[in-house]
Write a protein that binds this ligand. Structure first.
Ligand SMILES: [Zn+2]
Length: 345
């Protein structure tokens, strides 16, 4: 993915069907200040029906235990996440409220009414959190727990053969590139590569140490692309003119491929390139973990500097923001539409 659109993910391991059964009720809640129409929701589910009656009466604290259980049983039901957020707010469990609303936002299109409602709800209490949509081709994506620890190959300046460099690949091309990586053949070093770039990129990985400490993901380094889940390559002037790219796998046992531009363009010094490589790698790892782009310039996952290949001043962002953190926590706290699975067979 990255600044450019990723190739379509053709293989969907689990099918996520959005549940809209409470959607009208949610809109009424905001527009009228009270829920005036429920419709035949959860017919036959007495505990859910009872919980909904409590919410209708704004007895959120009483509804909380039931909604909590229902949301845990159906974590991809965004309407339940919304009610969980409302109930959590009312019992002053603000971290859970933030998490519930963030879950809605990360797995919805930015302008989705549900996401808009969740953003408004976040704004009603102390939270200044602004999680962002992380859908890829309308799918939420993340690594499978079984893929941990992720194996990262931070190459020493290696690049793929020309047909695979810095471009969007279709499924067949991606498989061919994967074959090149996993066959053990030698890869050439990109001419403008500087070992300092690799060191800087390694530092970029450490921007995510907080998530490792929280147990969201883990990684180890591998010295070969054969078994790597995330492959980091270095390229010259990529056709798409981006400072960094992350391409998502189409199928099981394919890696995420990250490509970092090395060549210096007008006005870009080596020192700047070394400096910016850390930021670019941190951003691309965010994509590799399943994050999309933020519109907030204070977030690591804003796409600006990635798009202009470093012609802007050094990014002021020096760490993952609270928005980046909340978005990743939300993604990894519920099942996705599709998992990335280990590249190991
Ligand atoms: Zn990006």
């Amino acid at each position: 993915m990255s600044a450019s659109e990723p190739p379509p993910l053709r293989r969907v391991l689990t099918c996520g069907v959005r549940t809209w059964r409470f959607f009208l009720a949610v809109l009424f809640c905001f527009v009228l200040g009270s829920i005036t129409a429920w419709g035949p929701v959860l017919a036959g589910d007495s505990s859910a029906a009872a919980a909904l009656k409590l919410i209708q009466a704004r007895r959120y604290g009483e509804a909380y235990p039931s909604i909590f259980s229902l949301a845990a049983a159906s974590p991809k039901d965004m309407s339940l996440q919304y009610y969980l957020g409302l109930c959590a707010m009312n019992v002053h469990n603000l971290p859970l409220a933030e998490l519930a609303f963030a879950r809605i936002i990360v797995r919805s299109p930015a302008q989705d009414p549900f996401a808009v409602a969740a953003k408004k709800a976040l704004a009603t209490f102390r939270s200044q959190l602004m999680p962002y949509s992380s859908l890829c081709n309308n799918k939420s994506l993340r690594w499978s727990p079984q893929a941990m620890p992720l194996r990262i190959w931070m190459s020493d300046g290696r690049t793929l053969p020309a047909p695979y460099v810095g471009c969007i690949m279709d499924a067949a091309t991606y498989q061919a590139a994967t074959n090149v990586l996993q066959s053990g053949g030698s890869l050439s070093v990109t001419p403008s590569y500087d070992p300092a770039y690799r060191q800087s990129a390694l530092a970029g990985l450490r921007w995510w140490d907080w998530a490792v400490k929280e147990g969201i993901f883990s990684y180890v380094f591998t010295d070969s692309p054969r078994d790597a889940d995330i492959v980091v390559l270095f390229v010259e002037h990529p056709p798409l003119k981006k400072a960094g790219y992350t391409l998502y796998p189409y199928a099981n046992h394919q890696p995420c491929i990250v490509q970092l531009e090395c060549a210096l363009s007008d006005g870009i010094t080596r020192a700047f390139k070394v400096h910016s490589m850390e930021y670019i790698m941190a951003h691309e790892l965010g994509h590799s973990l399943g994050l999309g782009h933020s519109n907030n310039r204070s977030d690591l996952m804003t796409p600006g500097d990635e798009k202009d290949t470093g012609t802007a001043p050094a990014a002021p962002v020096t760490a993952c923001s609270e928005n980046d953190r909340a978005s990743l926590r939300a993604i990894y706290s519920m099942p996705p539409d599709a998992y990335f699975v280990s590249a190991r067979k």
